[in-house]
Structures are given as structure tokens and as C-alpha cells.
Design a protein around this ligand. Structure first.
Ligand code: FES
Ligand code: MG
Length: 579
């Protein structure tokens, strides 16, 4: 045991289950013995829960059955007892209607699993998009010391001499296929080459963004988010997590000591500098609010305006992928570049400050991790818009769209549902020009339902054939972090609850003015009033079950889509359970 002013064997949380000489504790001890443990293996030792979001249908976490062995090895070496618990494997690829419907389910499960069990510390194993915020949100509220183990990005995709990036190249080559430029054989080759190892999407998509944010917040071992899943360094990081979390228990290094206004701001700055996924906005706000830190869309916009994007990683960057980012020095090297903008006094899971963790970090390739004097984009990756179309905000990723749309006015082409839009874009005779503003509504948290990633609306075939690859698009949906284009997302309030997007009609003129951060429909107030009065709410999407509960309690995009009753402001977290 480490010498520390924190916990003693008697004050360990698990001792409440195992120490008393009473009938209930007898039961707990005898059941541990049923599991094959001697008293000396579990009494007075930190019990470390490993929350493992593995499943046979989570292609990004395919290495977790092996990796958990590394974590267990580390825990044992540190003098703790590892116990593995399954946690909802919210996978991005197969989960319908959208994985976002289940982020809060994982957050609830995480919180309650930790609280209900004799755990002194926790290792959270996640990575595929929603697993990071889901696990972290729940663990913050549960309040026991935890460390986050990011799954790590997969290796670069590869086919026929070309490097392929997750998501981004799927969209790109799909457009080429729709234009008739790709054969069946080539398409099959791309299909097999684009995801060629375990690990999360290796563009700076939502997974890499969220794990980087978690790293920047001080919740992972320094730089852990950049290590490719298939690298043996990832195994070593796993056992390091196990050893370190045992020490964190003795030090009583709880999440509220790590997640502060300073570390949340660090995470937001790093998100902007990496070219983060737009989804970061929703998840970062939700995570911050769980920790009692107030982070708003306007805070993010303000940071975005002054933080240059320096990670040249696709889709915001031009050339590279996460594997290159790792070889270039990884997140520590990026953070070193912007160190003077960060609060380096924040405490991290290492027990040291962020500044100490960054000591010695070096950039090995300054085309991948750019100096501030030569950024990929002069501002951060996200901008927040407001106006009569989005009074509670909307989000755009300027670095990932054609600059000619930064200031754009054009007629709306409005769709009420995804199937309606899909049918229209495949119609080669669709009446559409490159100036049109394509709009999809009923795609938000309640309308989607579940806030699906539909926001990179496909370019109509009629325009693709003319050679166009971008147009202004607006929706109350999210988009995949691997997507790109002039897509305005997260329009709030969403149309399903009567947000003004519900009032827009095909042919109305829409204006985007990025410099002024505004998005408006040019319709006079009387006309808007009349349309508002004529609007009737759509039928609810769910009559029972999880979807019904989700619909009753989910918040809008600008507040992070947590459930009202899970928000910190709703009430005190449950204390320790009676044993
Ligand atoms: Fe799992 Fe992209 S599908 S991270
Ligand atoms: Mg994604």
C-alpha cells in the first residue's frame, strides 16, 4: 500500500461490504469465496471495477477481451483486485435508429453499476463515439476515483495504393460511385480496406475527438488517446491504467478534484485545436454540466474564434490520420504547442498537474501537428450560429466546408423526413441549383428520434453529375465527426418541438453570414406569426419503453441532451447505499 493521506484499508468503500462482523457482510465474503477468492485477496484491498463496453457487434472494441487482461494484470501488480463488469456497448456502426438514443442509457448504467457495487476505483474501457461521454458522465456522478482507457484509433485504411480515412473516404467514394466513376470491384476493395484493424475511426471523428477531450481533461494517462489500438504501447497503457487506478484509490483522487472549470476549458481549447467533431459540442457540454461546470455554446464559440486549428488530421485537416498524429507526437505534443493557452495547474489522474504531464513532449512532424504560426485554419474547428432559424443556436464546421458558403443566400429546399429527402436526391431531374439551401427537419433529439447523424445531407444526384460536391445544408440533426461540407447542424430548438425550422417553406430565402455568426430566414414577422399559429405538433414517436422515457426527459442540443433528472441541478446524487 502506498503511503498517503487518503484512504486506509479500513476506510475503503469496499470495506463497508466486507469488513463488518455481521450477517450481511458474511454473505458478501462467502460469495467472494464462491468466486474463488481467499479473504486476503479482497479484504482491505482496493476493488477495481473494469467497466468494459465490449460486444460482438462493436467492431471498434474488438481488442477489449484481450486488453482487459492487461488492465487486470496492472491492477493486481498495484495491489488491488480487478473485477470486470459489462457495460452497454453503444456501437456506432450497427445501433439503430442512432447510437445517440443510448448514450444516456450507458451513463445511467455506469453511475448505478458503480454505486451499487463494492468498488473503490474504476477503469472505464470505451472509445467508440458515445461510449466515452456515456461512461464519463455516469462515472462523474458516481464520484469514485476513475481512469479512462481509450480504445485507440485503428490503423490507416488502405486500398490500391491509396490511404483511406474512416467515414470521410466512404462519403467521398460513394459520391464518385453515384457519379459512375467507381467499379464494383473497386468498391469491394474499398469496403475491405477502409477498416483494417481493431480500434476506433482513425479520422478526427467523434471517437478521436471525445477521447482527446477526455485526455485533455486529465482523465486518461497522458497522451493515451493517441495510441493506436493495435500498437503494443496500447497494451502497456492498459496495464499502466490498472496500476495507477489503485494508487488513485489510496490517494482518494476523486473526479471532482480533476474536472474543474479549468480542465473543462482545456478540453474545449484542445477540441478546437484538433479540428473536433461537431458532436463534441453536445457531449462536452453534457460532461461539464455533470461536473457542475457551466459550459455554454457561446463559450465554445468564443474559444473557437481565438484557437487556431493545428492538427492536420482529416476531415478538417487535409492529409493525415490518427496513426500519423501518434507518430508526430500525439496529443501531448499538440497540447505542448498551445500550452500557454491552457490551465497547466489542473490536477490529472497521474496525481500531477497537466503542465507536469506535458514536460518533454515534442512534435516530430510539424506538417501533422502544426506550429501556431502555420495553422491548418486560423480559427478553431467550430462556430456557433444564431438567428431567427436557430434562436438557441446551431453549429457549423467552417474548416470542413467550401469557403464560398461562408456568406450565402439562397432558396430553401425543405424536407420533412429522411426518406422523403433520400428519394428526392436520387431524382436526376430534381429542380435544384448549387445556390439552393437543402433543409432536413424532424431530425433532432425528439424528432429523429434520438438525434441521428443525418446532417451531412447527400448532394442531389442532379448536382453531383454537374460536378458539384458541396452545398449549404441545414438540419436539426447531428453529423458524423468524419463528415465534411457546408452543413449547419444541431438547430435548436428542433422543429419537432416547434422550433422555427418547422416554419420554413421551400422557396423561402435563407441567409448564412459566418463572420457575424448568423443564420436567418428572410421572412417578415407577420408571416412567421401566422405560420406559428398554424403549426401543429407531430405525433409522439414512442408509446412505451426506453424511447418513451427518452422523449419525456431529453434536453435540447444546446444543453447537451442529458436527461433532466440526471442533470446535477435536478437534485443531489444518491449517497452511499445502505448495505
Ligand atoms: Fe466506432 Fe467510428 S464506428 S468509432
Ligand atoms: Mg462517428
Amino acid at each position: 500500500m502506498k503511503d498517503s493521506a487518503g484512504k486506509t484499508p479500513e476506510t475503503l468503500r469496499s470495506s463497508r461490504w466486507f469488513a463488518p462482523d455481521d450477517l450481511r457482510s458474511f454473505g458478501h465474503r462467502s460469495r467472494m469465496m464462491q468466486l474463488g477468492y481467499s479473504e486476503e485477496e479482497f479484504r482491505g484491498k482496493p476493488i477495481i471495477g473494469i467497466l468494459n463496453t465490449w460486444s460482438d457487434l462493436n467492431s471498434c472494441h474488438g481488442h477489449f477481451p484481450e486488453r482487459v487482461k492487461d488492465v487486470k494484470r496492472g491492477v493486481l501488480q498495484g495491489g488491488g483486485l480487478p473485477v470486470e463488469l459489462p457495460a452497454l456497448s453503444v456501437d456506432e456502426s450497427f445501433n439503430k435508429p442512432t447510437s445517440m438514443l443510448f448514450r444516456n442509457m450507458l451513463a445511467m448504467e455506469t453511475e448505478e453499476q458503480i454505486r451499487a457495487h463494492p468498488l473503490d476505483g474504476v477503469v472505464l474501457m470505451g472509445g467508440c463515439d458515445k461510449t466515452t461521454p456515456g461512461l464519463v458522465m455516469g462515472a462523474i456522478t458516481a464520484g469514485v476515483p476513475f481512469i479512462y482507457l481509450p480504445a485507440g484509433p485503428m490503423l490507416r485504411g488502405h486500398y490500391a495504393g491509396k490511404i483511406l480515412g474512416s467515414g470521410s473516404d466512404a462519403w467521398k467514394y460513394w459520391d464518385e460511385r453515384r457519379a459512375g466513376n467507381i467499379s464494383d470491384d473497386e468498391w469491394l476493395g474499398i469496403q475491405g480496406g477502409i477498416a483494417r484493424s481493431v480500434g476506433t475511426c482513425m479520422t478526427m471523428g467523434t471517437a478521436s475527438t471525445m477521447t482527446a477531450i477526455t485526455d485533455a481533461m486529465g482523465l486518461t494517462l497522458p497522451g493515451a488517446s493517441s495510441i493506436p489500438a493495435a500498437d503494443s504501447g496500447h497494451q502497456r497503457m492498459g496495464s499502466d491504467c490498472g496500476r495507477r487506478v489503485v494508487e488513485m484509490v489510496w490517494e482518494d483522487l476523486t473526479p471532482e478534484k480533476i474536472i474543474t472549470d479549468g480542465s473543462v476549458k482545456n478540453a474545449a481549447i484542445v477540441a478546437m485545436a484538433t479540428g473536433c467533431s461537431t458532436n463534441a459540442v453536445v457531449h462536452l457540454i453534457a460532461m461539464a454540466r455533470r461536473a457542475g461546470c457551466d459550459l455554454t455554446l457561446d463559450d465554445l464559440d468564443a474559444l473557437g474564434r481565438v484557437t487556431p486549428l493545428i492538427a492536420n488530421v482529416r476531415p478538417s485537416g487535409k492529409d493525415y490520420l490518427m496513426e500519423d498524429f501518434f507518430y508526430a507526437g500525439g496529443l501531448r505534443a499538440l497540447m505542448k504547442q498551445i500550452e500557454e493557452r491552457l490551465d497547466t495547474t489542473c490536477i490529472t489522474v497521474t496525481g500531477k498537474t497537466m503542465g507536469q504531464n506535458l514536460e518533454g513532449a515534442v512534435v516530430y512532424n510539424d506538417d501533422v501537428i502544426r506550429p501556431l504560426s502555420n495553422p491548418v485554419y486560423h480559427e478553431g474547428s467550430l462556430a456557433v450560429l444564431r438567428g431567427n432559424l436557430c434562436p438557441s443556436g446551431a453549429v457549423i464546421k467552417p474548416a470542413a466546408c467550401d469557403p464560398k458558403f461562408y456568406n450565402h443566400e439562397g432558396p430553401a429546399l425543405v424536407f420533412d423526413s429522411y426518406p422523403e429527402m433520400k428519394k428526392a436526391v436520387d431524382d436526376e431531374n430534381l429542380d435544384v441549383t448549387p445556390d439552393h439551401v437543402m433543409v432536413l427537419r424532424n431530425a433532432g433529439p425528439l424528432g429523429g428520434p434520438g438525434f441521428p447523424e443525418w446532417g451531412m445531407l447527400p448532394i442531389p444526384k442532379a448536382l453531383i453529375k454537374q460536378g458539384h460536391r458541396d452545398m449549404l445544408r441545414i438540419s436539426d440533426a447531428r453529423m458524423s465527426g468524419t463528415s465534411y461540407g457546408a452543413c449547419v447542424l444541431h438547430v435548436a430548438p428542433e422543429s419537432f418541438v416547434g422550433g422555427p425550422l418547422a416554419l420554413l417553406k421551400t422557396g423561402d430565402i435563407v441567409r448564412l453570414d459566418l463572420a457575424n455568426r448568423s443564420l436567418d430566414m428572410l421572412i417578415d414577422e407577420d408571416e412567421l406569426d401566422a405560420r406559428r399559429k398554424a403549426w401543429t405538433p407531430p405525433e409522439p414517436k414512442f408509446q412505451r419503453g426506453w424511447g418513451w422515457m427518452f422523449s419525456k426527459h431529453v434536453g435540447q442540443a444546446d444543453t447537451g441532451c442529458d436527461f433532466d433528472y440526471l442533470e446535477r441541478s435536478f437534485g443531489e446524487a444518491a449517497g452511499e447505499p445502505d448495505i
